[in-house]
Design a protein around this ligand. Structure first.
Ligand code: 1CP
Length: 347
């Protein structure tokens, strides 16, 4: 484990995001908090997911758990992409083993108009949690996050998790006025939600567009990118690096970079060596296949070494998995992976 820096601005994570020289390749894991950790499962006994996200004592403790255990170079705020919707009054729940579920899916302009805009008064528990966390984390930076408009729209329109996003795309293609109003509404909520987190002390933000890979590049550019670009432009005003991530986005990476990212997240299906020329002078984040932690440690670390080597061709590289930690991951493997990546000499 490397020693944490004196302050977040001097951390390897923020240096890489700003494309400055780094003491080692920084590493953190999407979904590093959560079900893979026994200490998380113990804390969550009998407490619902949304309730956990709205209870600062739990948010602070759960966010810190993987930082203590792994010595990762950044913490990610414990919350969920649908939390800001819940906070403004959308009737939803996060069901164990399922994910976010809406009481009534959004289908019409009236449904969209019924969703309030988000103000800091909706989320005092977020402000409190972030402030306390930043105090506890010292030099380790905290990443705030929001769901991108397309991915959040998918949950609102489908009513829950979906593989094909068929109803969502049916609205996108068939009811462009409703689509534009919905995407505009979510973009405003996401921008306001990121501003709350950064004002309270978050050092960077990640925009999760997990399901954007369902769109062709043409459709992404026309129906999705303007709204993500609006969120990312608002985040640029906050003065912190912006990471833009999606899954199955090999063909979208140039557009996701153009949308306004400082760091482009790459899923494991696209080799970093192919991704790097597509993102211009930005940094990249990724991209070990999350199933490799189930292989023997030496197999996993050999793949990690190849990714760090490939990352040297980028202007900046933040090591991560290519998507979130799988719930039955062995935490011992993530600890070994963190130490391994941090111990590789920079040149
Ligand atoms: O009871 C539980 O423990 C529920 C599991 C869980 C957890 C731990 C959910 C439900 N959300 C979370 C936390 C969470 N969600 C975090 C913080 C933890 C960390 O990163 O350390 C983050 C960043 C998210 C973001 C999130 N939620 C995304 C984007 C990231 C991604 O993985 O692509 C998405 C798509 C969601 C929706 C969601 N929430 C929960 C589930 C199971 C899902 C996915 C459902 C689906 O397949 O559509």
């Amino acid at each position: 484990m490397t020693n944490p820096p004196a302050e977040p601005s001097q951390s390897a994570f923020l240096k890489a995001a700003r494309v400055e020289p780094v003491p080692h390749t920084p590493v953190w894991f999407m979904r590093q908090a959560g079900r893979s950790l026994p200490e998380y499962r113990a804390l969550r006994q009998g407490v619902g997911m949304l309730e956990s996200c709205m209870t600062p004592d739990l948010v602070v403790e759960i966010t810190l758990q993987p930082v203590r255990r792994y010595g990762v170079d950044a913490a990610i705020f414990f919350s969920d992409i649908v939390l800001p919707l819940k906070a403004v009054g959308v009737d939803l729940d996060i069901k164990p083993g399922v994910g976010p579920v809406m009481a009534s899916p959004v289908r019409t302009l009236a449904d969209v108009a019924a969703i309030p805009d988000l103000t800091p008064e909706h989320v005092p528990f977020i402000t409190e949690s972030v402030r306390r966390l930043v105090g506890e984390l010292g030099g380790t930076p905290l990443i705030g996050f929001a769901g991108a408009p397309f991915t959040v729209a998918s949950y609102l329109v489908e009513g829950g998790p979906s593989k094909e996003h068929a109803r969502t795309k049916a609205m996108m293609f068939g009811a462009p006025d409703v689509w534009a109003a919905l995407m505009d509404k979510i973009a405003g909520i996401a921008a306001a939600y990121l501003a709350v987190q950064v004002s309270a002390g978050a050092s960077a933000v990640q925009l999760f567009d997990s399901w954007a890979g369902a769109c062709t590049p043409e459709d992404y550019r026309r129906y999705v990118m303007p709204y993500s670009a609006r969120v990312l432009a608002a985040a640029a005003e906050l003065g912190v690096p912006r990471i833009h991530f999606g899954v199955n986005t090999g063909s979208l990476l140039p557009l996701m970079a153009e949308a306004g990212a400082d760091v482009v997240g790459v899923d494991w299906r696209t080799p970093l060596s192919s991704a790097i020329p597509l993102v211009g002078d930005r940094a990249v984040q990724g991209n070990l296949d999350p199933t490799l932690v189930f292989a023997p440690t030496d197999v996993m670390t050999a793949r990690a070494a190849a990714i760090v080597e490939a990352g040297r061709a980028a202007h900046g590289h933040i090591f991560n998995l290519g998507h979130g930690v799988i719930p039955d991951t062995d935490p011992g493997q993530l600890e070994a992976l963190t130490r391994f990546v941090q111990s590789i000499p920079v040149s």
